[in-house]
Each structure stands twice: as C-alpha cells, then as structure tokens.
Design a protein around this ligand. Structure first.
Ligand SMILES: CC(C)(COP(=O)(O)OP(=O)(O)OC[C@H]1O[C@@H](n2cnc3c(N)ncnc32)[C@H](O)[C@@H]1OP(=O)(O)O)[C@@H](O)C(=O)NCCC(=O)NCCS
Length: 406
C-alpha cells in the first residue's frame, strides 16, 4: 500500500471512494464538478493499493473560537472513508498520521471532526469537546406572554438576496461562540446554491431579524419537510431548522417566534442545537420542547498543545494546576504544563494531573469536567482536589457549541 497527499488528478476517485465507504449515493458529474472546483480549499491524503485509490481523508482550513475569543487555525477533518474491501488493516491510521502531521506543519493548532461512530477517533487523540441536541416542538407552541420581542422585526429574504446576505451575517453573529467555526466559501456554495437558481421551486426560506435601528443581527434557515403518511391521508408538514444564529437576545426571541408562528405545521425539528438552548425558558409550556437526542458534536484534537494552551483564557481563580500530557502520535506535545489564571506554560513542578492528549482535547473548550474524567478513570489525579481546581480554571459560561457540520 502507498500513502500520499492527493492532487486534483486524484480528487474524483477520492470523493467516489468516500461516498462508497459512507454508503452515500455516488456523485453525479455535476456534483463532482462542484467539488473539484473547491478542491483547493483543503488538503487530502489517500491510500493506494496497486495504484487504485482505496482510502481518503481530508482536512479543511478552518478556525475554531476558543475561550477568550481567539480563533485558532484548525484542520477540519472530513470525507474520511476506506473502501469496505480494505478496512481494519491500518489504512485510516496511516492516512490520519500524514494528514495531521501536515496540518501541524502548516500551522494548524487544533484538529476537529464530526464522527460517524463514537468508537473510532479517541485512539487518535480526539476527545469529545462539545455536544449538541435535537429538539422537537409541537406545532402551535408559543412564547411566554411578556417574552414577545417588541424591538425586533423579522423579514423574509427574497431567494436572490440569500447568498449575498447570509455568509457575512453568519461570520458576524455565529462565530463568537466558544466552539464555533467560520465557514469557507465552498461551504456556502453547497448549502445555499439552490437559492441562486431562478428556475428552482423551493420549500425553504431564510428570514432575518432586524433591530430597532434597522440593523440585521440574526437569521434562520427553514426547510419544509412535507409528506403524506399514506395515500389519501392529509399531509403532515414539519419545519426543519437548518441554521438559527442570533447576535442578540432580541434577535433570538424574534427568530424563534417567527418559526413558531408559521401556520399549518405539525411540528418543528431543530437538529444540532446547543445543549443549553435557551428557548425552553421562553416557552409558555417548557414541555412543548422535547429533547429527541443528545449526541457528541465536536471531536477536538490538540495538534500543538503549547500553542493551544497559551491561546485560551482561564478563569480568574486563585490556584494553578500542573498537568502532564501524553501524546504517542505527536510526541512534541508531551510534557508538563502549569495552567494558571493568567497563562499556561511548560513547567518542571510536581505533577497534579496526568492525562492523555485525548482527554485534554475533551477538556479544552470547558464543556467537559475534569472531575468527571477523574471519577471515570480517564484522568489521573495525583493531588487531591486538582481535578476540581482544573475545572475552575477551564470553566466557561455557555456550553461549547459549533452548529456547523462538516
Ligand atoms: C472508519 C474507517 C475510516 C476506519 O478505517 P480503517 O482503515 O478500517 O481503520 P484502521 O484499520 O486504520 O483502524 C485503526 C484503529 O481503529 C479501529 N477502528 C476502525 N474503524 C472502527 C470502527 N468503525 N469502530 C471501532 N473501531 C474502529 C481499528 O480496530 C483500529 O484499532 P487498533 O488500532 O486498536 O487496532 C472505515 O471503517 C470506514 O470507511 N468506515 C465507513 C465510513 C466512515 O464511517 N467514515 C468515517 C467518517 S467520520
């Protein structure tokens, strides 16, 4: 087997192999052409068996917002697949090693991915740093009286306005959250492309919130899912929320009110939302919002532990903690670091907590508690109370959340 970085000449085979591995329909020539146009937005590694491409893994150049607001260069690992004839013989391991070492050399501090299965990536240093939830709201659910927005209005965009308005608005209102990533141009080509086609009949719309000064500060992307349960039976209409990002509390209220006030729908489904979604506290009947699923969202791997620890902010608590990190795949990361309220740096002081880079990835955004990892044997506490002290330093307000799938 041969493992190497891929070029544009390999791209079509790489995408088709990924589709086969992920049990997705194969790409049409038009779909493939769009992907090839966006090839330069990432870096791919492939595996070849006697010249035939049998595995593919790709890294997009992204940025992740970390506690304190710094946006760190991130390898967004995606399109991972190995043909079913070649699984479980180390293909993924070899491709990931090349891909992540390359990404680190190019200056990526983090790697992030969304996993098809939760049993694959821990061994490669990825920890679950953020969860997300799917909610279902009964049609006719209402906001509490008194929670109604008085200052914001909602405007439906004309389809031809969407492409010009939404990417910049997302950048403005969505990327400040801990765990968020900015979305590259090709992403928007894929997600909003249908709005550009004047001949296309759409069952999807985008609405924006406008504050009392006329400033647009949030948007919601809504798709209609419409089917007949059986012939002759009335249609069941559901709204599916693609994106809902708000830059203010008023925008948040106004956008949710808009969604809930759409007539003729049986329910609203909101997938991949924050686990601490505030909507519940705005509803007249909090039980009208049902949590359908809570699942891991972002898997994070620190590619450069020194840079990652130095970049994020820590809470202003008294104590500091010395953490020893193990990293078999990227040994330059291994060593001891003192994490304190002001900064984190290498240290030769006695170790308080010993952990693997996988667990450090889970803790890094502040959404997972070291005390829980210690209690479940995923982290070794060498000084009593050190895990709790580490939690106090790493704590953030809202739960880390991205809301972008790649
Ligand atoms: C997941 C996938 C990429 C793994 O590729 P692979 O070449 O078989 O993986 P490797 O042989 O390099 O396995 C490396 C390790 O991961 C383990 N592993 C791989 N896939 C696994 C899975 N689906 N579940 C649990 N463990 C898995 C292997 O057992 C091996 O463990 P070890 O190092 O302890 O021996 C491949 O099975 C695949 O394409 N699956 C379908 C598509 C998919 O899920 N892609 C991932 C999208 S995020």
């Amino acid at each position: 087997m041969e493992f190497r970085p891929l070029t544009l000449d390999d791209a079509a085979a790489a995408y088709q192999a990924t589709a086969t591995a992920l049990l997705l329909p194969s790409f049409t020539p038009a779909q493939l052409e769009r992907r090839l146009e966006a090839w330069s937005n990432g870096h791919s590694w492939g595996a070849f068996d006697r010249g035939r491409l049998v595995g593919h893994a790709r890294a997009l150049d992204l940025e992740t917002t970390v506690p304190g607001g710094v946006r760190l260069p991130t390898a967004g690992v995606t399109s991972v697949g190995v043909l079913p004839t070649h699984t479980r013989r180390g293909v993924l391991r070899s491709m990931l090693a090349g891909l992540l070492e390359d990404a680190r050399r190019r200056g990526a501090v983090l790697a992030s991915l969304r996993a098809s299965e939760a049993t694959i990536y821990g061994r490669f240093g990825f920890g679950v740093a953020g969860m997300c939830a799917t909610y279902e709201l009964a049609g006719g659910s209402r906001l509490r009286p008194g929670a109604r927005p008085v200052t914001h209005t909602v405007r439906l965009l004309e389809p031809q306005e969407v492409r010009a308005a939404i990417p910049a608005l997302h950048e403005e209102v969505a990327t400040g959250h801990v765990g968020a990533v900015g979305r590259p141009a090709h992403w928007w080509d894929n997600s909003l492309g249908e709005f550009d086609d004047p001949g296309r009949s759409l069952t999807r719309w985008v609405a924006v919130s406008v504050d009392e000064h006329g400033r647009t500060d949030g948007y919601v992307d809504v798709a209609l899912d419409d089917h007949r349960p059986s012939p002759g039976v009335a249609r069941v209409r559901r709204l599916v929320i693609g994106d809902l990002f708000a830059g203010s509390d008023g925008a948040y209220r106004a956008l949710w009110r808009h969604v809930l006030e759409v007539d003729l729908v049986a329910s609203v489904i909101a997938p991949r939302r924050p686990v601490d979604e505030r909507l519940r506290w705005l509803l007249e009947d909090p039980r009208a919002m049902r949590t359908v699923q809570v699942i891991d969202e972002q898997w994070l791997r620190l590619l450069d532990v020194d840079a990652a620890l130095a970049a994020r902010r820590y809470a202003a608590v008294g104590a500091s903690v010395v953490v020893e990190v193990r990293d078999e795949q990227l040994p330059a990361n291994a060593g001891c670091f003192r994490i304190g309220p002001d900064h984190a740096a290498r240290s030769t002081d006695p170790v308080d907590v010993r952990l693997d880079v996988t667990e450090l990835g889970a803790l890094y955004l502040g959404g997972v508690r070291a005390a829980d990892l210690a209690a479940t044997g995923r982290l070794e506490e060498r000084r009593a109370g050190a895990a709790a002290a580490l939690d106090a330093l790493l704590a953030v307000g809202a739960a880390p959340w991205c809301g972008s799938f790649f």
